[in-house]
Design a protein around this ligand. Structure first.
Ligand code: PGA
Length: 241
């Protein structure tokens, strides 16, 4: 089964809105990642969908004002956590080393990390996509124990220029990237159970073009996840592939 992940980002604006959207998108097979303040309300609303968060800190508790620990997320019922989203890397200066600590903390707390990697438009134009993604993967996973690791990890390839732009990457390039990501993981001896998904301007109109390929394990969805009609259609399409 394909993984479909809703990333609500900093939406909607009220807890009532979040509960409504959660109810409307409470579909088996969907993972919903709401903003932190709405996690509990969403956890109580959903019966079929699963819960994820959009970030976590690398410590479990302590004097870290404003941070949210993986343990707290797990306690609220979260099973997944997005880590290293490009919006955090770009707006908040999140580095690969910070990402590495977060991935390790998430795994220790039984959360499945969704590690986001991807290049800017300038990096793509300069033929640096593979270099950037290899760096993000290698450093991002550097604190994960090598060898057997019982926890799965999800790698979301999200070209930054495709996020929220209405211009997705091509499925052909995504297939090349999926292959490249697998090879990079192998080279680094990570015996990880990795699932590789695509994110960036996915809608019900283009999701099938990506998911019909067996090497693309799912999709991370931003804008379209805020529309109940869209997200229902996307999950339905993914189930019929
Ligand atoms: P988008 O966002 O679907 O709005 O392009 C994807 C993401 O940022 O995860």
């Amino acid at each position: 089964m394909k993984l479909i992940i809703s990333n609500w980002k900093m939406n909607p604006e009220t807890v009532e809105g979040a509960m409504r959207l959660a109810k409307d998108s409470d579909i088996a097979g969907l993972i919903i990642c709401p903003p932190f303040p709405f996690l509990e309300a969403v956890a109580k609303t959903i019966k079929q969908a699963e819960l994820g968060a959009q970030d976590c800190f690398w410590e479990e508790k302590g004097a870290y004002t404003g941070e949210v620990s993986p343990k707290e997320l797990q306690d609220l019922g979260a099973k997944y956590v997005i880590i290293g989203h490009s919006e955090r890397r770009q707006n908040l200066g999140e580095t690969d080393k910070m990402v590495a600590k977060k991935i390790s903390a998430a795994l220790k707390n039984n959360l499945t990390p969704i590690l986001c990697v991807g290049e800017t438009r300038a990096e793509r134009d300069a033929n640096k996509t593979q270099e950037v993604v290899a760096r993000e993967l290698t450093i991002g996973l550097s604190l994960v124990a090598k060898g057997h690791n019982p926890n799965p990890i999800i790698i979301a390839y999200e070209p930054i220029w495709a996020i929220g732009s209405g211009i997705p990457d091509t499925p052909e390039n995504m297939l090349d990237m999926a292959k490249f990501i697998k090879e990079t993981l192998k080279t680094n001896h990570y015996e990880l159970k990795a699932k590789i998904i695509y994110g960036g301007s996915i809608t019900s109109a283009n999701v099938k073009d990506f998911l019909k390929h067996k090497d693309i394990d799912g999709a991370l969805i931003g804008g379209a996840s805020l529309s109940k009609e869209e997200i229902k259609k996307i999950v339905e399409i993914s189930k019929n592939i």
